[in-house]
Design a protein around this ligand. Structure first.
Ligand code: SF4
Length: 347
């Protein structure tokens, strides 16, 4: 009896990775999933805290995919190592700060390390030629295979027929005839295959699998790097970029204004690390100040805070200032008029 082969599948939570794993699993290969936490994942973050997304199921789609497949999912935190991919991508960025080609190479490489440590034979991804402009082109896909070190051990079951034969196909671990030749941006073939396997209610992420493909998010990240004078970041920084309205009235500080109850609650968890503001005379958001502000700038910040409170049209609003140094005081301020808030302050 031939040995049962084992493959590790990169599971993002989207349909393609789910299908790719299923196609190989159907051929009798033992499949387990791997999902990397980079800190930029869209999965269950803003969706979980913002009211407007309340109707959406609050589920982790990678775990949901694994459940559909009946496989084990290994969730691995790579957020520290991933910084270098975001800060110094060898192949540059896509339309925003998304380093897709380097990201894919990094993830396949990490999956390869895992496969070697755990006695797995090959790696599966849900990539489809021509699906994404940067990482899924016919010329970049072989580069990802080789630069990651996976080489012929990387199988893309959804478009394998458009690519040279890989080791699992040549060795007969999988039957190439039962793999697919999808290409291009159309989602129809994947949807048809999903229906064939009986998958319903799968995630259909708009854009990409992470916040780095988002223009507004990338703009805020670029602003953070510029304000700090270096391109480094901590996990808290990139989490906070996902939440609230961000305004930079001066180069050395910005304000993060909660837009609703869920965001205010989320920001509460960070208030001890930041100078923060609350309105006392009227209802209003929790506002964090990231950076350094002198007394006049704290007053300006308080006027902006008042602007975003329910006292925006009042003569004066009482604002509590809680300084990072532990001191607290209150100020009576006139809310800033909308004309006094230049467009450029909004990030
Ligand atoms: S969208 Fe984000 S997670 Fe997906 S390949 Fe690009 S950089 Fe990586």
């Amino acid at each position: 009896m031939s040995k049962q082969r084992k493959a590790v599948a990169l599971i993002s939570g989207g349909l393609d990775s789910l299908l790719a794993a299923k196609v190989v699993q159907e051929q009798g290969v033992h499949v387990e999933g791997i999902n990397f936490f980079t800190g930029f994942c869209v999965e269950g973050h803003t969706h979980a805290i913002r009211k407007k997304d309340k109707a959406r199921p609050k589920r982790n789609n990678a775990l949901w995919s694994a459940e559909q497949l009946g496989i084990k999912l290994h969730i691995i935190d790579v957020s520290e190592e991933y910084k270098d991919v975001v800060i110094n991508p060898k192949h540059g960025y896509g339309a925003n700060l998304n380093p897709c080609q380097d990201c894919k190479t990094f993830m396949v490489h990490k999956a390869l390390e895992w496969a070697e440590d755990n006695g797995y034979d090959f790696i599966i991804t849900g990539e489809v030629i021509g699906q994404r402009p940067m990482s899924q082109r016919k010329d970049t896909m072989p580069m990802i295979a080789w630069e990651s070190g996976a080489g012929e051990r990387l199988l893309r079951p959804l478009c394998a027929k458009n690519l040279p034969e890989t080791l699992p196909e040549r060795e007969g671990w999988v039957d190439r005839d039962k793999l697919y030749g999808f290409s291009g941006r159309s989602r129809k073939p994947q949807m048809a295959l999903a229906a064939q396997f009986g998958f319903e209610d799968y995630a259909q992420p708009a854009g990409g699998c992470c916040f780095l493909t988002d223009e507004a998010y990338s703009h805020k990240l670029a602003d953070l790097w510029q304000a700090r004078g270096n391109r480094d970041y901590e996990l808290d920084d990139i989490m906070l970029l996902k939440v609230g309205r961000h305004l930079r009235p001066r180069p050395h500080f910005k304000l993060i204004v909660g837009r609703e109850e869920g965001e205010n609650n989320f920001l509460e968890g960070y208030r001890k690390q930041f100078t923060h503001f609350r309105t006392l005379s009227h209802g209003g958001p929790l506002v964090l100040l990231d950076g350094i502000a002198n007394d006049a700038e704290l007053e300006l910040a308080a006027r902006i805070v008042a602007r975003f409170s329910q006292g925006r049209d009042a003569e004066t609003v009482t604002v509590e200032v809680n300084h990072q140094n532990g001191q607290s005081w209150t100020v009576e301020v006139t809310p800033l008029h909308p004309d006094e808030i230049p467009k450029e302050w909004y990030l």
